[in-house]
Design a protein around this ligand. Structure first.
Ligand SMILES: NC(=O)c1ccc[n+]([C@@H]2O[C@H](COP(=O)([O-])OP(=O)(O)OC[C@H]3O[C@@H](n4cnc5c(N)ncnc54)[C@H](OP(=O)(O)O)[C@@H]3O)[C@@H](O)[C@H]2O)c1
Length: 329
């Protein structure tokens, strides 16, 4: 197993490798990772390459819970060597019982956590994330329920996903005021230590509010769609449409609307520097100190092996300025 550099997840004590593996392909219909065999081959390759941080969710897979089950099975016997992040809070259409549209509620969270632990075949979740804001439940109730899970030893750290800037600030201040003893703020209850939001060279909206909030509050950012579903790997440029690839099989509309002129320029930029598009997509994200780990998804072992090397390019100030021109903020 090779070693990847580690970064702290915000100002928490948790260190994560700079490259993780997003697991929303596990159990996804039409992928090679749809089966236990394909999923295990991918996880084995990841661990061999030093990618020991796995991000899943109870919602991922052809049916709710399938990605968690495949991940748990693939990690059996290696639990102590890896970090598992999962999420709750999307509509599972009853798979976690009736939710009354309040999936940040104490009632729902306890049940969702128990179900995820069971499916993952583990006694603890390293990072438990609220997948999306729950407008029906006050954030203090959500934080208090998560605090209880931390105190019970079922969850180590908690994070949020798809929060807006004001929601990041609101949750931080509520956590500071809840008066619990667990957590990292010194005075408050368990606080969110990570933010998982869409962020890539092609999607820079996060830089407006969430990134500054993450910096201010010491929250580690875990960008999702860091490769824009594969568009930023270069494999679709020049009209290429690889068989079985995600954009060809399920997200054709992204191919129809992609900014091809910018992507062609990006390809030239990478060739001139002797690096791959994926190298630049990863390394650019990691120039942001707020970003703790790039959790790209993958379907094949060779992809995850490549991604495990993709953090090594060091851009100059001129490189960064040119990337800003190609993909304006
Ligand atoms: N919190 C949220 O709301 C949310 C939303 C979406 C995702 N996520 C999380 O973020 C993770 C990352 O997002 P994502 O997987 O959807 O998007 P992504 O990382 O932008 O793209 C992943 C896709 O890129 C392709 N790929 C990856 N490495 C490659 C390589 N080296 N060469 C060529 N192609 C490569 C694979 O496509 P093929 O399938 O074509 O092989 C893979 O399925 C997810 O797995 C999930 O854990 C979170």
């Amino acid at each position: 197993m090779s070693d990847l550099p580690l970064r702290r997840l915000g100002r928490s004590g948790l260190s994560v490798p700079v490259v993780g593996l997003g697991c929303n392909n596990l159990g996804r219909t039409g992928t090679v990772t749809e089966t236990a065999e394909g999923a295990t081959a991918l996880i084995d390759a990841a661990i061999d390459a030093g990618v020991t941080f796995f991000d899943t969710a109870d919602a991922y897979g052809a049916r709710p819970g399938l990605s968690e089950e495949l991940l748990g099975a693939a990690l059996r016997g290696r639990r102590d060597d890896v970090l598992i992040a999962t999420k709750f809070g999307l509509d599972l259409h009853g798979a976690n019982g009736q939710d009354f549209g309040a999936r940040g509620s104490r009632r729902y969270i306890v049940r969702a956590a128990e179900a995820s632990l069971r499916r993952l075949g583990t006694d603890w979740i390293d990072l438990y994330q609220l997948h999306a804001p729950d407008p029906a439940t006050p954030i203090d109730e959500t934080l208090a329920a998560l605090d209880d899970l931390v105190r019970a030893g079922k969850v180590r750290y908690v994070g949020h996903s798809n929060f807006r800037g004001w929601q990041v600030a609101d949750a931080e201040h509520v956590a500071r005021g809840t008066g619990g003893a667990v957590g990292n703020s010194g005075t408050g209850g368990t606080r969110f230590v990570s933010a998982q939001n869409k962020y890539s060279l092609l999607a820079r909206g996060l830089e407006r509010e969430v990134l500054p909030a993450a910096r201010e509050y010491g929250i580690g950012v875990l960008p999702y769609h860091p490769l824009e579903n594969g568009l930023l790997t270069g494999k679709y440029t020049g009209g290429a449409r690889p068989d079985g690839s995600r954009l060809v099989t399920t997200k054709q509309q992204l191919l129809d609307t992609a900014p091809w002129a910018a992507l062609d320029r990006f390809g030239t930029f990478c060739r001139e520097r002797g690096v791959t598009e994926t190298d630049v997509a990863f390394s650019w994200l990691l120039t942001r100190p707020e970003v703790s780990s790039v959790i790209a998804g993958a379907t094949r072992p060779e992809q995850v092996r490549g991604n495990a090397q993709a953090w090594t390019w060091t851009p100059t100030a001129e490189d960064l300025a040119e990337l800003d021109e190609i993909f304006p903020a």
